[in-house]
Design a protein around this ligand. Structure first.
Ligand code: NDP
Length: 419
């Protein structure tokens, strides 16, 4: 009997849990836990009568290791799927270590309070040593490698779409199509329209922190940092059409640079419409993206958290979002001594996702791979002691599962390359 403990019941968790429930042969029992147990109960109710998996709920504050350990002892899961926020990654990993339970997440650790002097000292040292200034990086979680190995448990980091599927696409290209991959361009296109002048498709705080930061890419063994939105390209996406896209820093670049042997350049581009960019710049200019508390009429308010309260809940965008996403990777490299170019991507329709699970495609394209990565470990296919990113395992069963569980992919030879 396999039991998963899912931490979080937001947009991504909502999809992942429904997909676990559809895959009840692998997920026999699912416990859903977050700080607001009523939200977990609502999800449980939605699933009642639709699955043979046993569903339970619990309350937990995942910032608190002792609470997590207590819950894990009570629930006795085989694996913990962390779909709370990146702020909780380390506390949940600590609890998994203490209880010797496998761990899975979709986003690498990010510090909530970037003014914490202890964190800041380590961060500033890293900025100098590595050459990129993003608030998130893998070093915090890679530091758990030895302890996870010794405990005989697996941590699978970043099994969403990007990071996640894009790195599995890379491992698949490496295994089947290339002797050497030289360049990787990860293209994340959201051609969806929700009708609001401004809204984010996943947690606004995490999303806006990511998008307003400096960009960077990996080239010839080091990071090249750019100003936010400095590098702009247009690309004609299958199923979506021509879109403007901008170079961002993204976490999978860091792990792919280590794990893909001959790679010379890795870039990440995301599409944004002009309305989104204008709103974001304006909010940034007036200080609404600030992460430091501000005193207001006797209360301490963190501007970006207040903004989050004002913006539409990403989970509510499902019924109004129309259009498609197209996310994938363009590879160049060598096979049998000849140059080769290849594009592997998935096209996902917002309304199709809504019909199936009541969510838009961003939550869907993250929640499905979260379920698949967890299943890979539960089924013993990706079970190895230590801390890993997805490209370190055999991509074939994961690629098969993507086709089966709603994210079929396409391969295009000789695609148009990004200049
Ligand atoms: P939401 O804000 O919708 O949901 C976050 C959930 O975390 C809520 O259910 C919240 O529940 C729970 N949570 C927050 N703090 C705590 C805490 N201290 N203890 C317990 N639970 C907590 O976020 P999303 O669903 O949009 O995103 C979830 C994760 O997915 C994020 O880490 C995000 O970065 C990642 N992501 C990854 C992508 C990828 O492709 N790899 C793409 C998109 C997102 P409550 O308030 O009840 O505690």
């Amino acid at each position: 009997m396999n039991k998963v403990l899912v931490i979080g019941c937001g947009g991504v968790a909502g999809v992942a849990i429904q997909k676990c429930a559809q895959n009840a042969e692998v997920f026999n029992e699912i416990c859903i836990a977050s700080r607001t147990v009523s939200k977990c109960d609502a999800l449980k109710q939605k699933l009642e009568g639709k699955t043979t998996a046993k569903i339970t709920t619990a309350q937990v504050d995942a910032d608190n290791v002792d609470e997590l350990v207590k819950l894990i002892h009570e629930v006795k899961p085989d694996i913990v799927l962390n779909l709370a926020l990146p702020y909780q990654d380390l506390t949940i990993m600590d609890a998994c270590l203490k209880t010797k339970v496998d761990y899975v997440d979709t986003a690498n650790y990010e510090c909530e309070d970037t003014n914490d002097p202890e964190w800041r000292a380590i961060y500033e040292k890293r900025c100098k040593e590595k050459g990129f200034t993003a608030y998130f990086d893998y070093s915090w979680q890679w530091a758990y490698r030895e302890r996870f190995e010794q405990a005989g448990i697996t941590a699978l980091l970043g099994t969403g779409f990007d990071p996640g599927v894009t790195s599995v696409f890379t491992a698949y290209a490496q295994k089947h199509f290339f002797d050497e991959i030289h360049t990787i361009d990860i293209l994340d296109c959201n051609g969806g329209d929700h009708g609001y002048p401004f809204a984010t498709n996943f947690n606004p705080e995490i999303n806006l922190r990511e998008v307003s930061a400096n960009g960077s890419y990996w080239e010839n063994g080091h990071w090249v940092e750019t100003k936010p939105m400095e590098i702009h390209r247009t690309y004609n996406f299958d199923g979506v059409g021509e879109k403007d896209m901008y170079l961002l820093h993204h976490e999978e670049i860091e792990s792919l640079a280590q794990n893909i042997p001959h790679v010379k350049r890795i870039r990440f581009f995301m599409t944004f419409g002009q309305s989104y960019l204008t709103h974001m710049k304006c909010l940034e200019n007036v200080g609404m993206l600030g992460t430091e508390p501000v005193e207001f009429e006797g209360h301490e308010i963190v501007p970006i958290q207040f903004l989050r309260r004002l913006l539409p809940d990403p989970a509510s965008l499902g019924p109004r979002t129309v259009g498609k996403t197209n996310i994938g990777c363009i590879f160049t490299g060598i096979k049998d001594g000849k140059m080769r170019t290849l594009y592997i991507y998935n096209v996902c329709d917002h309304q199709e996702c809504y019909k199936e699970v009541g969510s838009q495609a961003i939550s869907y394209t993250t929640g499905v791979p979260a379920m698949i990565g967890t299943a890979m470990i539960l089924q013993g296919l990706w079970k190895r002691p230590g801390v890993f990113t997805v490209e370190e395992f055999d991509p074939d069963p994961y690629m098969e599962a993507l086709n089966k569980w709603g994210l079929p992919w396409k391969i295009e030879e000789n695609p148009v390359l990004v200049p």
